[in-house]
Design a protein around this ligand. Structure first.
Ligand code: ADP
Length: 261
Protein backbone atom coordinates (compact mmCIF):
# COMPACT_ATOMS: atom_id res chain seq x y z
CA UNK A 1 0.00 0.00 0.00
CA UNK A 2 1.35 3.49 -0.78
CA UNK A 3 1.34 6.51 1.54
CA UNK A 4 -1.56 8.28 -0.12
CA UNK A 5 -3.83 5.31 0.57
CA UNK A 6 -2.91 5.42 4.24
CA UNK A 7 -3.87 9.10 4.54
CA UNK A 8 -7.68 8.56 4.24
CA UNK A 9 -10.17 7.38 6.89
CA UNK A 10 -10.34 3.61 6.94
CA UNK A 11 -13.65 1.74 6.88
CA UNK A 12 -12.31 -1.81 7.10
CA UNK A 13 -8.85 -3.16 7.88
CA UNK A 14 -7.96 -6.54 6.50
CA UNK A 15 -5.05 -8.12 8.31
CA UNK A 16 -3.34 -11.46 7.83
CA UNK A 17 -6.44 -12.81 6.12
CA UNK A 18 -6.20 -16.40 4.96
CA UNK A 19 -9.12 -18.38 3.62
CA UNK A 20 -9.41 -22.12 3.10
CA UNK A 21 -12.26 -23.79 1.19
CA UNK A 22 -13.68 -26.96 2.69
CA UNK A 23 -11.75 -28.88 0.04
CA UNK A 24 -8.60 -27.79 1.88
CA UNK A 25 -7.73 -25.33 -0.91
CA UNK A 26 -5.85 -22.30 0.45
CA UNK A 27 -7.56 -19.59 -1.65
CA UNK A 28 -6.45 -16.35 0.07
CA UNK A 29 -2.92 -15.94 1.32
CA UNK A 30 -2.09 -13.43 3.99
CA UNK A 31 -4.06 -10.46 2.63
CA UNK A 32 -3.46 -7.06 4.21
CA UNK A 33 -5.34 -4.01 3.02
CA UNK A 34 -7.24 -0.98 4.29
CA UNK A 35 -10.55 -0.31 2.55
CA UNK A 36 -11.10 3.44 2.56
CA UNK A 37 -14.33 5.05 3.61
CA UNK A 38 -16.61 6.55 0.93
CA UNK A 39 -14.33 5.39 -1.84
CA UNK A 40 -14.78 2.85 -4.60
CA UNK A 41 -12.16 0.11 -4.45
CA UNK A 42 -11.82 -2.40 -7.30
CA UNK A 43 -10.40 -5.90 -7.08
CA UNK A 44 -8.89 -6.93 -10.40
CA UNK A 45 -6.81 -9.88 -11.60
CA UNK A 46 -7.09 -12.96 -13.80
CA UNK A 47 -9.95 -15.39 -13.41
CA UNK A 48 -9.47 -17.66 -10.41
CA UNK A 49 -7.09 -15.33 -8.55
CA UNK A 50 -9.45 -15.03 -5.57
CA UNK A 51 -11.37 -11.78 -6.13
CA UNK A 52 -14.82 -13.22 -5.38
CA UNK A 53 -13.47 -15.33 -2.55
CA UNK A 54 -12.03 -12.20 -0.95
CA UNK A 55 -15.21 -10.17 -1.48
CA UNK A 56 -17.34 -12.90 0.12
CA UNK A 57 -15.26 -12.84 3.29
CA UNK A 58 -16.58 -9.34 4.05
CA UNK A 59 -20.16 -10.50 4.52
CA UNK A 60 -19.36 -14.01 5.75
CA UNK A 61 -20.91 -15.64 2.70
CA UNK A 62 -18.54 -18.57 3.09
CA UNK A 63 -20.29 -19.48 6.34
CA UNK A 64 -23.13 -20.85 4.23
CA UNK A 65 -20.99 -23.91 3.42
CA UNK A 66 -19.67 -25.97 6.31
CA UNK A 67 -15.95 -26.56 6.58
CA UNK A 68 -14.81 -23.29 5.01
CA UNK A 69 -12.32 -21.55 7.26
CA UNK A 70 -11.17 -17.96 7.77
CA UNK A 71 -8.03 -17.00 9.56
CA UNK A 72 -7.00 -13.41 10.37
CA UNK A 73 -9.21 -10.36 10.71
CA UNK A 74 -11.44 -7.92 8.88
CA UNK A 75 -12.02 -5.12 11.37
CA UNK A 76 -14.88 -2.72 10.67
CA UNK A 77 -14.43 0.85 11.87
CA UNK A 78 -15.28 2.92 13.82
CA UNK A 79 -16.55 0.26 16.26
CA UNK A 80 -13.60 -2.09 15.67
CA UNK A 81 -15.74 -5.17 15.15
CA UNK A 82 -13.82 -8.10 13.72
CA UNK A 83 -16.32 -9.38 11.15
CA UNK A 84 -14.71 -12.82 11.17
CA UNK A 85 -14.89 -13.33 14.95
CA UNK A 86 -16.86 -16.41 15.92
CA UNK A 87 -19.10 -14.40 18.26
CA UNK A 88 -20.25 -12.08 15.45
CA UNK A 89 -23.61 -13.01 13.89
CA UNK A 90 -23.27 -13.40 10.08
CA UNK A 91 -26.87 -12.22 9.59
CA UNK A 92 -26.08 -8.94 11.36
CA UNK A 93 -22.87 -8.65 9.31
CA UNK A 94 -24.98 -8.91 6.12
CA UNK A 95 -27.14 -5.98 7.25
CA UNK A 96 -24.05 -3.84 7.66
CA UNK A 97 -22.39 -5.13 4.53
CA UNK A 98 -24.74 -5.55 1.57
CA UNK A 99 -24.02 -7.48 -1.59
CA UNK A 100 -25.01 -7.17 -5.22
CA UNK A 101 -24.32 -10.12 -7.50
CA UNK A 102 -23.37 -10.56 -11.13
CA UNK A 103 -26.78 -11.78 -12.10
CA UNK A 104 -29.59 -9.76 -10.60
CA UNK A 105 -31.48 -12.04 -8.25
CA UNK A 106 -34.75 -10.42 -7.20
CA UNK A 107 -36.92 -12.62 -4.99
CA UNK A 108 -40.20 -13.89 -6.51
CA UNK A 109 -42.03 -11.12 -4.70
CA UNK A 110 -43.28 -7.62 -5.43
CA UNK A 111 -40.92 -4.71 -5.99
CA UNK A 112 -41.91 -3.34 -2.58
CA UNK A 113 -41.36 -6.61 -0.73
CA UNK A 114 -37.97 -7.13 -2.37
CA UNK A 115 -36.70 -3.88 -0.93
CA UNK A 116 -38.47 -4.34 2.42
CA UNK A 117 -36.99 -7.83 2.84
CA UNK A 118 -33.96 -7.03 5.00
CA UNK A 119 -35.98 -4.60 7.12
CA UNK A 120 -38.58 -7.27 7.82
CA UNK A 121 -35.81 -9.72 8.81
CA UNK A 122 -34.64 -7.08 11.23
CA UNK A 123 -38.14 -7.10 12.73
CA UNK A 124 -39.43 -3.87 11.21
CA UNK A 125 -43.15 -4.27 10.52
CA UNK A 126 -44.40 -0.71 10.84
CA UNK A 127 -46.03 0.02 7.48
CA UNK A 128 -45.16 3.71 7.59
CA UNK A 129 -41.49 3.10 8.37
CA UNK A 130 -41.28 0.39 5.69
CA UNK A 131 -42.82 2.70 3.08
CA UNK A 132 -40.43 5.50 3.93
CA UNK A 133 -37.33 3.28 3.87
CA UNK A 134 -38.35 1.46 0.68
CA UNK A 135 -38.95 4.78 -1.10
CA UNK A 136 -35.62 6.18 0.04
CA UNK A 137 -33.72 3.06 -1.06
CA UNK A 138 -35.43 3.09 -4.46
CA UNK A 139 -34.61 6.80 -4.83
CA UNK A 140 -30.98 6.19 -3.89
CA UNK A 141 -30.80 3.39 -6.45
CA UNK A 142 -32.19 5.79 -9.09
CA UNK A 143 -35.21 3.64 -9.89
CA UNK A 144 -38.01 5.27 -7.88
CA UNK A 145 -39.54 7.18 -10.78
CA UNK A 146 -39.71 4.05 -12.90
CA UNK A 147 -41.42 1.86 -10.30
CA UNK A 148 -43.35 4.16 -7.96
CA UNK A 149 -46.68 3.40 -9.68
CA UNK A 150 -46.21 -0.37 -9.66
CA UNK A 151 -44.65 -1.23 -6.33
CA UNK A 152 -46.96 -4.22 -5.99
CA UNK A 153 -46.06 -5.81 -9.30
CA UNK A 154 -43.56 -8.65 -9.52
CA UNK A 155 -39.90 -7.65 -9.58
CA UNK A 156 -39.27 -10.20 -12.31
CA UNK A 157 -41.24 -8.01 -14.74
CA UNK A 158 -38.51 -5.36 -14.68
CA UNK A 159 -35.75 -5.11 -17.31
CA UNK A 160 -32.27 -6.49 -16.53
CA UNK A 161 -30.85 -3.06 -15.67
CA UNK A 162 -33.89 -2.22 -13.54
CA UNK A 163 -33.63 -5.55 -11.70
CA UNK A 164 -30.00 -4.82 -10.90
CA UNK A 165 -30.93 -1.38 -9.55
CA UNK A 166 -33.71 -3.01 -7.53
CA UNK A 167 -31.11 -5.37 -6.02
CA UNK A 168 -29.00 -2.32 -5.19
CA UNK A 169 -32.06 -0.74 -3.51
CA UNK A 170 -32.59 -3.98 -1.57
CA UNK A 171 -28.97 -3.82 -0.39
CA UNK A 172 -29.33 -0.13 0.53
CA UNK A 173 -32.55 -0.52 2.53
CA UNK A 174 -30.83 -1.69 5.71
CA UNK A 175 -28.44 1.31 5.65
CA UNK A 176 -25.31 -0.76 5.06
CA UNK A 177 -21.87 0.71 5.62
CA UNK A 178 -20.23 -1.21 2.78
CA UNK A 179 -21.73 -2.59 -0.42
CA UNK A 180 -19.95 -5.44 -2.19
CA UNK A 181 -20.47 -5.66 -5.94
CA UNK A 182 -19.47 -8.91 -7.66
CA UNK A 183 -19.20 -8.19 -11.40
CA UNK A 184 -22.46 -6.22 -11.25
CA UNK A 185 -22.63 -5.28 -14.92
CA UNK A 186 -21.32 -8.34 -16.72
CA UNK A 187 -24.85 -9.48 -17.62
CA UNK A 188 -25.98 -6.00 -18.75
CA UNK A 189 -25.94 -4.13 -22.06
CA UNK A 190 -23.69 -1.04 -22.44
CA UNK A 191 -26.46 1.47 -21.63
CA UNK A 192 -27.57 -0.34 -18.46
CA UNK A 193 -23.87 -0.76 -17.56
CA UNK A 194 -23.27 2.99 -17.86
CA UNK A 195 -26.31 3.59 -15.61
CA UNK A 196 -24.98 1.26 -12.91
CA UNK A 197 -21.49 2.77 -13.12
CA UNK A 198 -22.91 6.26 -12.70
CA UNK A 199 -24.99 5.07 -9.77
CA UNK A 200 -21.95 3.53 -8.07
CA UNK A 201 -20.24 6.91 -8.36
CA UNK A 202 -23.19 8.54 -6.57
CA UNK A 203 -23.55 5.86 -3.91
CA UNK A 204 -20.08 6.34 -2.55
CA UNK A 205 -21.29 9.55 -0.92
CA UNK A 206 -23.29 7.29 1.42
CA UNK A 207 -21.48 3.96 1.52
CA UNK A 208 -18.06 2.45 1.01
CA UNK A 209 -17.87 0.33 -2.13
CA UNK A 210 -15.84 -2.75 -2.94
CA UNK A 211 -16.24 -4.10 -6.45
CA UNK A 212 -14.94 -7.14 -8.29
CA UNK A 213 -14.63 -6.60 -12.01
CA UNK A 214 -12.93 -8.50 -14.79
CA UNK A 215 -13.23 -5.37 -16.90
CA UNK A 216 -10.12 -3.23 -16.44
CA UNK A 217 -11.64 -0.25 -18.25
CA UNK A 218 -14.49 -0.36 -15.77
CA UNK A 219 -12.09 -0.47 -12.82
CA UNK A 220 -10.21 2.50 -14.28
CA UNK A 221 -13.45 4.44 -14.88
CA UNK A 222 -15.20 3.99 -11.57
CA UNK A 223 -12.74 3.19 -8.82
CA UNK A 224 -10.64 5.45 -6.64
CA UNK A 225 -8.40 2.59 -5.52
CA UNK A 226 -7.47 -0.68 -7.16
CA UNK A 227 -6.01 -3.91 -5.84
CA UNK A 228 -4.42 -6.32 -8.29
CA UNK A 229 -4.63 -9.95 -7.14
CA UNK A 230 -2.84 -13.03 -8.39
CA UNK A 231 -2.95 -16.60 -7.08
CA UNK A 232 -4.69 -15.62 -3.85
CA UNK A 233 -2.38 -12.71 -3.03
CA UNK A 234 -2.61 -8.93 -3.31
CA UNK A 235 0.26 -8.02 -5.60
CA UNK A 236 -0.33 -4.28 -5.67
CA UNK A 237 -2.80 -1.86 -4.10
CA UNK A 238 -3.00 1.87 -4.58
CA UNK A 239 -4.69 4.84 -6.23
CA UNK A 240 -6.33 3.59 -9.41
CA UNK A 241 -4.56 6.04 -11.73
CA UNK A 242 -1.23 5.07 -10.26
CA UNK A 243 -1.87 1.33 -10.47
CA UNK A 244 -2.93 1.68 -14.11
CA UNK A 245 -0.47 4.33 -15.32
CA UNK A 246 2.56 3.68 -13.21
CA UNK A 247 2.40 0.33 -11.39
CA UNK A 248 5.19 -0.50 -9.00
CA UNK A 249 5.16 -4.24 -9.70
CA UNK A 250 6.15 -5.67 -13.04
CA UNK A 251 3.43 -8.34 -12.65
CA UNK A 252 0.78 -5.60 -12.45
CA UNK A 253 2.25 -3.87 -15.48
CA UNK A 254 2.13 -7.13 -17.46
CA UNK A 255 -1.50 -7.72 -16.53
CA UNK A 256 -2.65 -4.16 -17.19
CA UNK A 257 -0.96 -3.99 -20.57
CA UNK A 258 -2.46 -7.32 -21.57
CA UNK A 259 0.84 -9.17 -21.74
CA UNK A 260 -0.59 -11.64 -19.24
CA UNK A 261 -3.98 -12.92 -18.13
P1 ADP B 1 -12.01 -14.96 -9.14
O1 ADP B 1 -13.19 -14.30 -8.52
O2 ADP B 1 -10.77 -14.14 -9.09
O3 ADP B 1 -12.28 -15.46 -10.54
P2 ADP B 1 -12.52 -17.04 -7.18
O4 ADP B 1 -12.47 -16.32 -5.92
O5 ADP B 1 -13.85 -17.39 -7.74
O6 ADP B 1 -11.65 -16.27 -8.28
O7 ADP B 1 -11.69 -18.40 -7.03
C1 ADP B 1 -10.40 -18.41 -6.42
C2 ADP B 1 -9.91 -19.85 -6.35
O8 ADP B 1 -10.71 -20.57 -5.44
C3 ADP B 1 -9.96 -20.59 -7.69
O9 ADP B 1 -8.82 -21.41 -7.78
C4 ADP B 1 -11.22 -21.41 -7.56
O10 ADP B 1 -11.14 -22.60 -8.35
C5 ADP B 1 -11.26 -21.73 -6.07
N1 ADP B 1 -12.64 -21.93 -5.58
C6 ADP B 1 -13.69 -21.11 -5.78
N2 ADP B 1 -14.80 -21.60 -5.18
C7 ADP B 1 -14.42 -22.76 -4.59
C8 ADP B 1 -15.10 -23.74 -3.79
N3 ADP B 1 -16.39 -23.60 -3.50
N4 ADP B 1 -14.38 -24.81 -3.37
C9 ADP B 1 -13.07 -24.93 -3.66
N5 ADP B 1 -12.37 -24.03 -4.38
C10 ADP B 1 -13.03 -22.97 -4.84
Amino acid sequence: MNDTVAAHPVKASVSHLNFYYNTGFHALKNLNMDVLQHKVTSLIGPSGCGKSTFLRCFNRMHDLYPGNRYDGEIVLHPDNTNLLASGVDPIEVRMRIGMVFQKSNPFPKSIFENVAYGLRIRGENNRHVLQEKVEQALRDAAIWNEVKDRLDSLASNLSGGQQQRLCIARALATDPEIILFDEPTSALDPIATAGIEELIGELKEKVTILIVTHNMQQAARISDYTAYMYLGEIIEYGITDQVFMNPVQEATQNYITGRFG
